[in-house]
Ligand binder design. Structure first.
Ligand SMILES: Cc1ncc(COP(=O)(O)O)c(C=O)c1O
Length: 369
């Protein structure tokens, strides 16, 4: 069996054609038709009025926080189990990320544990739709209303995911997406903010382009940033977006195959669970090794690697890593998921034979000692 990698982009639409157009016309930087078109089509896809493209999904989060005026002394509530960019962007603003434990079955922020973290300094709650599974947006939006705290969705991993029939990205004040090469759709590197708030949108547009005045060339009205997406990235992103239904269908197909071939192994490894009415788009399929499994997670991954299968650990909780180390925080579920969770190869075009092989190897390694 050839090596099976954890992620691998598939370009089977207009990506090459659009990219060639950038090169042929010379529109390779941030001006050019694809940037505008990608923004408009992505906003529409998310059911939002506005979209602001950026160079990646980290700076798109940063841009939201900057435009909201979040800064020193402010707090932003988020899951401790996330990718580090979620926390870093809050730090970039001089504000403090406040970490919340996860739900064991969904891996997502536990809404029941958010309320106790709300203080007079809380300026936003930032749920993450982890691995393509929406967080419990009903409970989170209730808290948002009760305390009048805006919601920023970190939807970096969840293009097209839905909570109770509504697409992620449209719940909060703004949402951020990533188009890194391993995501559901990619632009190589890239990010996008979507929002319905016109004022926030205008601020983000300004800040991402060095805050240059709209009516006076080379006149800058604030300290801005170069967070622009190039026309070449947007060309690839647009080509992918045109085929997003296919990309998501592929991920759903693979998720079904994992459930078929891992059926009956729940005592040893449980898959991340999507409750009814949650549409996961399976950026990654994940398992959580159960206590009965004597082997450590890293050993399981090493043995899978020997079978020529790439796996990756579920994210480590923020509060146990050097930049955010805090021994006073107790988030036992996130710590367990971070220690025992594994992400499985989940990309489009994996064959049934490959998924069956992965599951066979996993069962042998995990269940037979
Ligand atoms: C939850 C989350 N937030 C933010 C990001 C940052 O996106 P990017 O890598 O495009 O900067 C990622 C990327 O994987 C992510 O998973």
């Amino acid at each position: 069996m050839k090596r099976i990698s954890i992620a691998s982009p598939v370009f089977n639409g207009n990506e090459k054609k659009y990219l060639n157009e950038c090169i042929d016309t010379g529109w390779v930087s941030a001006n050019g038709r694809f940037v505008k078109e990608f923004e408009e089509k992505f906003a529409e896809y998310c059911g939002c009025k506005y979209a602001v493209s950026c160079s990646n999904g980290t700076v798109s989060l940063h841009l939201i926080l900057l435009a909201m005026g979040i800064g020193s002394g402010d707090e932003v509530i988020m899951p401790t189990l996330t990718y580090i960019a979620t926390a870093n962007t809050v730090r970039y603003c001089g504000a403090t990320p406040v970490f919340v434990d996860s739900e064991e079955d969904t891996f997502n922020i536990d809404p029941k544990k958010i309320e106790e973290k709300i203080t007079s300094r809380t300026k936003a709650i930032m749920p993450v739709h982890l691995y393509g599974l929406p967080a419990n947006m009903e409970a989170i939006m209730e808290l948002s209303k009760k305390y009048n705290i805006p919601i920023i969705e970190d939807a970096a991993e969840a293009h097209g995911a839905e909570f109770k029939g509504e697409r992620v990205g449209s719940f909060g004040l703004a949402a951020s997406f990533s188009f890194f090469g391993n995501k559901v759709i990619t632009s190589g590197e890239g990010g996008m903010v979507v929002t319905n708030d016109e004022e926030l949108y205008k601020k983000m547009k300004l800040l991402k382009g060095q805050a240059v005045s709209l009516d006076k060339k080379y006149w800058h009205i604030a300290v801005g940033y170069n967070y622009r997406m190039t026309n070449m990235q947007a060309a690839v992103g647009l080509g992918q977006l045109e085929n997003i239904n296919w990309h998501i269908a592929e991920r759903e197909r693979i998720a079904k195959l994992y459930r078929k071939y891992l059926k009956g192994t729940e005592a040893y490894m449980k898959m991340q669970y999507a409750p009814n009415d949650y549409k996961q788009t399976y950026w990654m399929n994940n398992i959580m090794l159960q206590d009965i499994v004597a082997k450590g997670r890293d050993q399981v991954m090493e043995e899978m690697e020997a079978c020529n299968i790439e796996m990756r650990p579920v994210f480590y909780p923020m509060h146990i890593m050097p930049p955010y180390l805090d021994n006073t925080i107790s988030c036992p579920i996130a710590e367990k998921l971070g220690a025992r969770g594994i992400s499985l190869p989940s990309h489009a075009m994996l064959t049934e034979e490959e998924v069956a092989y992965i599951c066979d190897c996993l069962k042998k390694i995990v269940m037979e000692g």
